[in-house]
Design a binder for this molecule. Sequence first.
Ligand code: CA
Length: 237
Amino acid sequence: MSNNKTKVLIVEDEKPIRNFISTILTTNGYKALTAKNGEEAFTMINSHMPEVILLDLGLPDIDGIRVIEQVRERSSIPIIVISARTFEREKVEALDIGADDYITKPFGSSELMARIRTALRHSHKILTKDLGGRTVFSTNNLKIDFESRRVTVEGREVHLTQIEYRLLAILAKYVGRVLTYDFIIQNIWGTTSDRNSQQLLRVNMANIRRKIEKNPGSPKYLLTEIGVGYRLADLDE
Ligand code: CA
């Protein structure tokens, strides 16, 4: 039975945090593996093949960013960065280099579990490369039909411009994950991110919110990750 448990590797040099996360994981039915530096992390990854990696970027022997790079050379295993609140630049760099998500210290067990579940779901999606056979996206009364390009909220049809639709579609494709400004801009406009494109992105996001959110000032679906990007909330039905 224990062989069927999902293996999560915690890479964190601070013992209290490592133990805290390890306890949460074990309590929730995961198999917790631990590493206190980059070198141990590589050993654990090679010998145990974990299904998710929780990675602190501030490690004593190697920069966590380099750990992401090296893992990504070989595998698409989900990586969730454990980050300090103020390090937006670091979060963006980690995401752009291939981390799947981040969680900001201090965090609670339910938040951590939600992040891990999302990361595991996405690892399947990444394997199938695309939306696969699934042509309809649905989360808590927000529905997107990818064939007819029809978007509805609580059964009411929402009319989006082509750009707005493409923005919502890419966020839906990576539902639950934060997408950086650079990633979104590159994918929608094919240009690198600058002041103008970021402004254009903000305007479009505000328009989408006006159309899909009941209260655009306090959005339920389309969330802003300050200094990093946007996330479409992964809400249960
Ligand atoms: Ca650290």
